[in-house]
Design a binder for this molecule. Structure first.
Ligand code: PXP
Length: 239
């Protein structure tokens, strides 16, 4: 059966650990259990302020993960160096602001333009697949293709937060962006704010081949354990 790849974002496990600056819960153990539950990929965000995932986690994850590693990072020279050393299966470039609670919007590639292309080219030359996390917006999708990214991750946060009639509009924007991205020969990923309740309409978008989901899975894991929480999501996203 054609199934979307499930990337499980395990940052939140490290967030709990960092709340006490202790050694538990360990995000690497979480990643191992997520794989047992059917994760196709482990996704984590090494933030510039290291508020959750630490360099050591990133290193261990790269050694231990059996499926695939997707490193989310800002387009900085420090992160570029780390990515080239770790050599994850993919890198997703995300915007980063220190004061935000989570990644709030997509990258504005029209504004960043060629400032980001150095990182894109360096990673591509290093053999790392590279995605841009952007809002569902045609101009951003077009720029993603122009800058030579392999993939786009469409930000589903507006869809996830929408209420009433807005829900359909925001879903249409994701759908149309996915169609446009495919025309530009980009691989299509999506993520942010997806839950057990709102993921199904996204699964029905045929161009989408990968979802990255964190908060909802880790929240459910508190009650049912991470393996089961991942297994339930993996079942839900079967086509
Ligand atoms: N994709 C990207 C690029 C993200 O930055 C995040 C949040 O870290 C996610 C997916 C996962 O979002 P959520 O935790 O809301 O599922």
């Amino acid at each position: 059966m054609n199934r979307i790849r499930l990337g499980v974002n395990i940052d939140h496990v490290a967030t709990i650990r960092e709340a006490r600056k202790t050694t538990e819960p360990d995000p690497v153990t979480a990643a191992m259990l997520a794989e047992q539950g059917g994760a196709d990929q482990i996704t984590f965000h090494l933030r510039e302020d290291r508020r959750h995932i630490q360099n050591r986690d990133a290193r261990l994850m790269s050694e231990m993960v059996q499926t695939m590693v997707n490193l989310e990072m800002a387009a900085t020279s420090e992160m570029q160096e780390i990515a080239l050393a770790l050599h994850p299966d993919s890198v997703t470039l995300v915007p980063e602001r220190r004061e935000e609670v989570t990644t709030e919007g997509g990258l504005d590639l029209l504004r960043l333009g060629d400032r980001i292309s150095g990182v894109v080219n360096a990673l591509k030359q290093g053999g790392v697949k590279i995605a841009a996390f952007v809002n569902p917006d045609f101009a951003q999708i077009k720029e993603t293709a122009r800058l030579g990214f392999d993939a786009v991750e469409i930000h589903t946060g507006a869809y996830a937060n929408a209420k009433g009639a807005e829900k359909e509009d925001t879903l249409r924007a994701v759908r149309d962006s996915a169609t446009a991205a495919k025309k530009y020969r980009l691989r299509v990923h999506a993520g942010h704010g997806l839950t057990y309740h709102n993921v199904q309409p996204i699964v029905l978008i045929p161009e989408i081949e990968e979802l990255n989901i964190g908060h909802s899975i880790i929240s459910r894991a508190v009650f049912v354990g991470i393996e089961r929480a991942v297994r339930e999501m993996a079942e839900l996203i079967k086509r």
